[in-house]
Structures are given as structure tokens and as C-alpha cells.
Ligand binder design. Sequence first.
Ligand SMILES: [Zn+2]
Ligand SMILES: [Zn+2]
Length: 142
Amino acid sequence: MAREAVASERDAAIQQLRDVGLRVTSPRLEVLQVLAAGGHLDVEGLTAAARERLGTLTSQAVYEMLRHFLETGLVTKFDRPGWPAVFEISGEPHQHAMCTNCGQVENTVHEAPRPPEQGLTGWQVDGADIIFRGLCPDCRAS
Ligand SMILES: [Zn+2]
Ligand SMILES: [Zn+2]
């Protein structure tokens, strides 16, 4: 059962890469599967997680990979003020909460704010993000 689940995750990752026209390579598959497991990871975290299964993988290679994943829309990037950016698998649009103590990021379901009726004359607004800042449960407990 567990074995089948792993196989199908791998198949899903292969399909995702093919769908966006990226060549299927072991490093790409591993990094994509780490991302598909959920959460928000920075380059170092992603590299460490994927390296466990691959043996060798440089963060430079992961940077390069993420650039392709971003360009093809497979992943989205969240810029953390004061921390390295984190990446996640693309999905439903959502907003984020961020811990100001440890940098942990969590998804929140919240509509993006609408642009003000006045004050942005001539702009074409493509989006807006809310970041809820505070302490995560772990940091509150310690
Ligand atoms: Zn925290
Ligand atoms: Zn997110």
C-alpha cells in the first residue's frame, strides 16, 4: 500500500514535469516530490530534504531547478521579509501567516485585499498579498 502510494506520487511528479515540457530527471523528481508533500521550504531546506534520497545535490542546482519550476508555474515563491524566500507547490490562491521569530510560514484562507478605489490612477493591479505576522504555536510555547 505504502509502496503504491510512493509509486503514484512519483508518477504524478513525472506527469507534472511532462505537462509543462520539462525534461524528467532524478533531481527534478525528488525536489518536486518534496514540494508536493506540502509546506513551504527555502532552498537550503529543499536541498537537504532531496539530498537525503539522492545522495548528492547542490543548492545551486536547486536554485536553477526552482527557476524553471517558477517559470512553468509548477511552484510559487513566497518572499519572507527578513528571511530567505520559501517555495511551495502551486495550488489554490491563498494568503500567508508568518512567524516573526522562526520564519515558519503557514497558509491561511483569506481573500486578497481589493485595491483602493482612489489613489492608484493608471495602475493595472495584478494582485495583492496579506501577511499575518506573529508567533507560531511552537514559538509561543517556548
Ligand atoms: Zn515560530
Ligand atoms: Zn502557501
